[in-house]
Design a protein around this ligand. Sequence first.
Ligand code: CO
Length: 135
Amino acid sequence: MITRIDHLGIAVRSLDATIPYYEQALGLKCEHREEVLSQKVRTAFFTVGEVHLELLEPTSPDSPVAKFIEKNGEGVHHVAFASSDIRAQLGQAAAAGCKLIHEQPFEGAAGKLVAFLHPKSTHGVLTEFCAPQAN
Ligand code: CO
């Protein structure tokens, strides 16, 4: 079951160039930075109420985020829904005809289990499900 929006993923060319906007113009605080090797990105996290912002900077030209920026420029990259059961959530989406990018969840940033639905099957929004590692 989806319980809330966990975070919005935002693709940027440079964390160092972008973090000052969120800190100085919006008054938010960067709480955590982490490189996610499996996705070839560096991430920076902010908290806005219950929702997080996940800035994503590609670390390689073949990173999925680098390809996104090449095609669309910087901007909102994905919406992540927290799910109480990520495998059941994937099964429900697949049964409803969605294309899964990942058949099985894998470990993303902050030790959370994550999996993505293809935007061609979700009316244009790259959709992430995430759950605590213990799930
Ligand atoms: Co994410």
